[in-house]
Design a protein around this ligand. Structure first.
Ligand code: DLL
Length: 445
């Protein structure tokens, strides 16, 4: 386990704040200009608000600019917010939107090489990963940014990456032993599951070399950190394990927007690329350092899909004090929740509205449903769907078919398996106010 503070880009990571802020101001102006001249949506927004990039004199002026929300990406689906023509785009990723269509992001070569891979490399080194490490990357490869993001970061620092992707528990555990993996990159829930299976299988601990986990893509608590550190320390060769938080979102770049250092006192946001603010979810007004608010980012160096003041909906607070590791970049506290209703199930974003969108397209389904989220080591999601009286009288075979159709449609939209239970008319409790559609039975930590 690495107790040594290392940097990937020391000069930038430890840059005096005044200098960092000068850089941010210059880059924010460039971002605003790029958006104003290249993205119709922003040109319109800025014009409506009677602002132009020339109005930016200090970093405080950032607050004059409009907040960007997920719906802006949806309304401009798929490529309407891209600032570059397709011949300059080298990669496209997507994450869940609030309904049937995903949120799409595009990267230029600069975005992949100089922003994403670079900040991912910084993040891994910040977490204690280095050359000589064997990183078993259990983040999903695909449209989800986790797999490829972590992958290229590992290669950039010269660590050996095993592109395992998610799932495949038995094989993951075999490779831990056979390849001597020293670092695991995974969602904390999958990591907890793997630790549990290693323990159950009573594997010789000399064969488990894992010293660090770089865990993220979903909400996790300090309690969960304790559990993960204990669980891996109990089954590995050294009896020590560091569980480090990595944060990110595809709209901004994917993993590596921020990362904890080995002191584990908040995630450093790579501020030379991402200008961070927190705002009050109700008023949209900035909240003070230390005060909780929605985390907002401006992607000050990105070309493909540059975003001005994008609100993540993740709730946290900012801490500008210099960290024990010597880095000057602002830290955010662990994410404590979201100001919207997005859930993370097995690392995948799920909005209740996506489920409703699917259900309401299917004939025979009444407008009443209930989403139940449970944790049986891994998270599971079930939907209880009320049928119309006419459909409920169908034969067993027809109902079985309907259930399978709904499950298939939900899978197509959400990309995770959802168990469907069909229930009789008038079974789901009615509400007189805001319907409580989601019953989240997952326990803290
Ligand atoms: O989850 C990117 C990622 C991959 C981050 C691998 C870390 C590791 P999305 O699928 O777009 O991107 O989901 C982004 O996930 O707004 C948060 O709500 C949540 N999230 C991500 N990391 C953390 C974390 C990836 N460390 C959304 N703690 C974000 C809490 C997290 N929530």
């Amino acid at each position: 386990m690495s107790d040594q503070v290392r940097y990937w880009a020391k000069e930038i990571e430890t840059m005096p704040r005044a200098q960092l802020q000068d850089l941010q101001l210059r880059r924010f102006k460039e971002l605003a200009t790029r958006c104003y001249t290249k993205v119709r949506h922003y040109k319109q927004k800025f014009t409506d608000m009677k602002i132009t990039p020339d109005d930016i004199k200090t970093l405080d002026d950032v607050k004059k600019f409009p907040i960007t929300v997920k719906a802006d990406l949806r309304d401009n689906y798929p490529f309407g917010l891209f600032a570059e023509p397709m011949e300059n785009i080298v990669r496209i990723h997507a994450s869940s939107g609030t309904t049937g269509k995903p949120t799409v992001v595009g990267y230029t070569k600069h975005d992949v090489d100089d922003v994403w891979t670079e900040t991912m490399a910084r993040s891994l080194v910040c977490a204690g990963v280095w050359r000589g490490d064997v990183v078993q990357n259990a983040y999903g490869y695909g449209l989800f940014t986790g797999g490829l993001g972590a992958h290229f970061g590992c290669e950039r620092i010269g660590a050996a990456v095993i592109p395992m992707s998610g799932g495949n528990t038995e094989r993951q555990i075999m490779l831990f032993q056979d390849f001597g993996s020293t670092v695991l990159t995974a969602t904390p829930s999958f990591a907890a599951y793997l630790a549990e299976i290693i323990k159950q299988q009573k594997i010789d601990r000399k064969l488990i070399k894992l010293h660090t986990g770089v865990f993220g893509a979903e909400f996790w608590t300090e309690k969960m950190r304790e559990k993960l550190e204990t669980a891996f320390a109990e089954v590995n060769a050294t009896g020590k394990f560091n569980a480090i938080d990595i944060y990110g979102l595809s709209e901004i770049e994917g993993p590596g927007v921020s990362n904890e250092c080995i002191f584990k006192k908040g995630n450093h946001i790579w501020e030379d690329h991402f200008l961070a603010e927190t705002i009050d979810p109700k008023t949209g007004e900035p909240t003070a350092p230390g005060e909780p608010g929605e985390l907002v980012f401006s992607t000050i160096t990105k070309e493909g899909i540059p975003l001005v003041r994008y609100t993540t909906k993740d709730i946290t607070s900012l801490n500008y004090e210099k960290c024990d590791c010597g880095r000057t970049h602002v830290r955010h506290a662990k994410i404590t929740g979201r100001s919207d209703d997005m859930m993370k199930i097995k690392g995948i974003n799920v909005f209740p509205s996506q489920i409703e969108y699917v259900l309401m397209k299917i004939p025979g389904v009444a407008e009443h449903y209930e989403i139940i989220v449970e944790r049986d080591i891994l998270d599971k999601i079930k939907v209880r769907v009320e049928l119309t009286p006419k459909t409920f009288s169908d034969s067993m075979a027809e109902l079985e078919n309907l259930k399978r159709t709904i499950e298939k449609e939900l899978y197509t939209t959400l990309q995770i398996n959802v168990a469907v239970e069909l229930v009789a008319p008038n079974t789901i409790p009615r509400s007189i106010g805001k319907a409580k559609r989601v019953i989240d039975m997952r326990k803290e930590g």
